[in-house]
Design a protein around this ligand. Structure first.
Ligand code: NAD
Ligand code: ZN
Length: 351
């Protein structure tokens, strides 16, 4: 089959690899109908994390959905022909962590994710087919009235954006600032609106992404206009936003988020920090009495809950899709998403 494989910094290729096969009786094989390029794939694409994250030849991609083509003998909850979406973390559903809904900490799979570093162990989803283990636990059936573009992000970036907003503890009337108007930030913004904030600000430097944030009800704050923390304070009567959602994953926006939030406010961060450590404005955080929440998303726990919100149009994830490319054109998809060319926000791939 064709799959997207990693070959070095800025180098992903469509290559021929062996077809995946059922291994355990609890596996299914999916024929992938849609996958996507995630901001987390870009960390690997940039070679961040000193090679600790990804191996040459690894099968890329952790956002995917498809139709069950074969099911192991022990699989009960899905059947051949079912259309399903799968979370990005590989988890068993049975260990202590999974039973506490911390599926990202699954001890059976060793906190695995599909694709990337584990692309040899657990194939990536930017491919024609994939083996999904623990299928009864991982597969969420998708109703026929939900398009792939609306369903796919339940497995990763919609659940992540929602988690970010929920961790912010937003109350009606709050002011909220979202750092990053990429796919995750835009869906965090849509999710934040569910909690009834009075004002939402979106911080980025990419004008067309800020324009979509405006469509989702945000007031744009361009990084080109100067220090975003200062700007956010002046927009909120000198106080700073009650809640800041960090959706970038670098030291600078993390620092700016802490500088921007009001005293006693909440910073909720879902950006992936690939480097083992970074500078942290500890004194400011301490004297501000702020609350900090961060972490990887336990997407499995959110998919079922968020699906009705998507079906009823209260969340509109498909709105961020800007490109749908053939799987073989994924290298171009990575390049335009990375360089923010051709007004790219979310790139979908079709085998
Ligand atoms: P993206 O790279 O498209 O988006 C990042 C955006 O941040 C870009 O639009 C960029 O212009 C903007 N930006 C850069 N510096 C900024 C700054 N100082 N202030 C404000 N904005 C700034 O990627 P994405 O797909 O939206 O992903 C965002 C982050 O979320 C990545 O770090 C990704 O790894 C992470 N992520 C985390 C999880 C999780 O489980 N926690 C899941 C999915 C993605
Ligand atoms: Zn992702």
């Amino acid at each position: 089959m064709k799959a997207i494989t990693f070959h070095g910094v800025g180098d992903v290729r469509a290559t021929d690899v062996a077809d995946p096969r059922l291994v355990d009786a609890t596996d299914v094989l999916l024929r992938i109908t849609t996958s996507a390029v995630c901001g987390s794939d870009l960390h690997q694409y940039h070679g961040r994390g000193g090679g600790a994250l990804v191996q040459t030849g690894a099968l890329m991609g952790h956002e995917f959905m498809g139709v069950v083509e074969e099911a192991g003998a022990a699989v009960r909850s899905v059947q051949v022909g079912d259309r399903v979406v799968v979370p990005f973390n590989v988890s068993c559903g049975q260990c202590d962590a999974c039973r506490q809904r911390l599926t990202s900490q699954c001890s059976t799979t060793g906190r695995a994710v599909f694709g990337g570093r584990f692309g040899h162990l657990w194939g990536g989803g930017q491919a024609e087919r994939i083996r999904v283990p623990f299928a009864d636990h991982l597969c969420e059936k998708v109703p026929a009235d939900l398009s792939d573009d609306d369903a796919l992000f339940l497995g990763d970036i919609l659940s992540t954006g929602y988690l970010c907003a929920e961790n912010g503890g937003i109350r009606p009337g709050d002011s909220v600032a979202v750092f990053g108007a990429g796919p995750v930030g835009l869906l965090a913004l849509q999710s934040a609106q569910l909690f009834g904030p009075a004002r939402v600000f979106a911080v980025d430097r990419v004008d067309y992404r800020l324009a979509l944030a405006e469509e989702f009800g945000a007031e744009p704050v361009s990084l080109d206009a100067g220090d975003p923390a200062e700007r956010l304070r002046s927009l909120t009567g000198g106080r700073g936003p009650d809640v800041v959602l960090e959706c970038v994953g670098h030291e600078t926006p993390f620092t700016q988020a802490i500088q921007a939030v009001r005293a006693g406010g909440v910073v909720s961060s879902v950006g992936v920090y690939v480097e083992p450590s970074m500078a942290f404005p500890a004194r400011e955080a301490f004297f501000k009495d702020l609350t900090l929440k961060m972490g990887i998303c336990n997407a499995r726990a959110f998919m079922t809950v968020l699906m009705p919100l998507v079906r009823r149009g209260k969340l509109r994830p498909a709105r961020i899709v800007t490109h749908t490319l053939a799987l073989k054109d994924a290298p171009r998809g990575y390049a335009i998403f990375d360089a923010k060319q051709d007004r790219a926000i979310k790139v979908m791939l079709k085998p």
